[in-house]
Design a protein around this ligand. Structure first.
Ligand SMILES: *[C@@H]1O[C@H](CO)[C@@H](O)[C@H](O)[C@H]1NC(C)=O
Ligand SMILES: *[C@@H]1O[C@H](CO)[C@@H](O)[C@H](O)[C@H]1NC(C)=O
Length: 461
């Protein structure tokens, strides 16, 4: 532990100083109050510190606690303590010619409504009433002059005519460079992905592999809230946060069939300070996938299944450099997923994935409940052996219970040249299941430096 703490120190100092500079910029009242005003904190720093009280080494404990507090996105809470009374301007898509009959193309009407909403001063609600709107790919560009909320009560359906996606092909609904945005309202976003799935090379091996659109993308957005929405049947990824900061995603229900290819629920890339909470996600791919450039992510109260579980990675594909740090998954239920909590990296990459916590996780019939896979390979040709790897370090697995669908409940398959370091397993109980019987499981451990605390079953041989 002492060694671990020393290795961690430079890293924590960087993290803390960036966290501090980030707080100081929020000490002024600002116009986003309306958005953040009714968010409850949901964070209990007391509880966090007690998580580590069982770990003997004082240095390690204090360092981790400090970072955990920094990760807790207190800025949202702080901003919320001030209240504002501002009049709200309402912009309704129907006033710009949207039909909302489910067949007519409403793209132009939405574009016009967006332009008005985005260029208005002050507080604006862009309203999507309780009807069925059909949209081609559309980009909602910022920056806006307004503090904008999109209230989706009805449903927004994707055009399933693939020729509509010609220009870009990677996005359906795209928010680009918008600040202080909230997207909410209890409505539905439907990607109508069936045709895309059928034309995926994962389903039809004769077809070339092409990316399909992400249903909902937030690109370079700051101070963003996405909450209380149903998102279903995306063409590929359901919701993607790319190069965003200060994000709250909550109360999202994301569904697609188990067989739908690459339909990740929530994808996070190059994004900092993001909290994902109270989401129910069942799709054909990762429940949440967290990839390079992501820092300070907290996921709480997440229900997954079916799908591929919660995943950090894949990282390091095509010999790339990848960095992921400050990831906490606290409170998750996974059932029938192929993985539980996973870190996956390709051979030949570089960089690191560190300061990661998976805690208070329940698994039911999960094929690989705990897995680090450093020879991940998702391509037709087998991947050739390569010496370098993304360094995986300082990962805590705590209070993880339930059942594994396979005998190997814990699998650490780390790089020979860059072994996984600082892996801590604390209070783990994963059993197999044969009918009503609980059966023994095992752990498979290659090139991993790990420690145990509390009762851990299974353990490495
Ligand atoms: C968004 O909020 C920030 C403060 O967090 C403020 O400086 C900025 O002016 C706001 N932008 C808009 C468009 O309201
Ligand atoms: C458990 O998962 C396996 C494989 O995913 C599946 O075949 C089996 O039916 C599941 N069992 C239960 C009880 O859900």
């Amino acid at each position: 532990m002492a060694l671990q703490a020393r290795l961690l120190l430079p890293f924590f100092i960087i993290m803390l100083s960036s966290a501090i500079s980030c707080y100081s910029s929020t000490s002024q009242p600002n116009p986003v109050l309306r958005h953040f005003g009714h968010e409850e904190s949901g964070h209990d720093s007391q509880a966090y510190s007690s998580y580590f009280s069982n770990i003997a080494d004082g240095d390690f404990k204090d360092l981790i606690k400090a970072v955990t507090d920094a990760l807790s996105l207190k800025r949202f809470v702080r901003v919320g303590s001030i209240s504002s009374t501002t009049s709200i301007k309402t912009v309704n898509v129907d006033d710009f010619g949207a039909e909302g009959d489910g067949t007519h193309d409403d793209t132009e009407a939405f574009m016009k409504a967006w332009k008005v909403a985005c260029s208005s001063q002050g507080v604006v609600d862009l309203v999507v009433p309780q009807k069925k709107y059909r949209l081609k790919p559309i980009t909602f560009s910022g920056p806006c002059k307004s503090d904008l909320t999109i209230q989706i009560s009805g449903s927004i359906e994707a055009s399933d005519d693939q020729s509509d996606y010609g220009e870009d092909g990677r996005h359906w609904l795209l928010f680009d460079s918008v600040q202080n945005l909230s997207v909410e309202g209890g409505g539905t976003i439907n990607g109508n992905g069936k045709l895309w799935w059928q034309n995926s090379c994962k389903i039809n091996k004769d077809l070339p592999c092409k990316d399909a659109p992400t249903a909902l993308t937030f690109y370079r957005c700051t101070n963003l809230i996405v909450k209380n929405l149903k998102i279903q049947d995306a063409q590929q990824i359901h919701v993607s946060f790319e190069k965003c900061s200060n994000v709250q995603a909550s109360k999202l229900t994301i569904t697609a069939p188990e067989e739908s290819p690459n339909t990740d629920g929530i994808h996070v890339t190059d994004t900092q300070n993001i909290r994902i909470s109270s989401c129910v996600i069942g799709t054909g791919d990762d429940c949440i996938s967290i990839v390079s450039g992501s820092k300070n992510l907290q996921a709480t109260d997440i229900t997954c299944g079916p799908g591929h579980g919660i995943s950090i990675g894949s990282l390091g594909s095509g010999n790339s450099e990848a960095y992921v740090s400050g990831i906490t998954v606290d409170g998750a239920k996974l059932s029938g997923t192929t993985n539980g909590v996973r870190i996956k990296t390709w051979q030949g990459g570089s960089g690191s994935a560190g300061n990661i916590k998976f805690q208070n996780v329940e698994m039911y019939n999960v094929t690989n409940p705990i897995i680090i896979d450093q020879s991940y390979c998702d391509q037709d040709k087998p991947c050739k052996k390569q010496g370098t790897a993304v360094q995986v370090k300082n990962v805590l697995y705590k209070n993880i219970q339930g059942t594994s669908a396979s005998e190997v409940a814990i699998k650490f398959d780390c790089s020979k040249n860059f072994p996984c370091q600082g892996i801590l397993l604390q209070n783990i109980n994963l059993k197999g299941q044969a009918g009503d019987q609980k059966t023994a499981t095992e752990a498979l451990c290659n090139s991993v430096k790990l420690a145990y605390a509390g009762v851990v079953s299974p353990r490495c041989p």
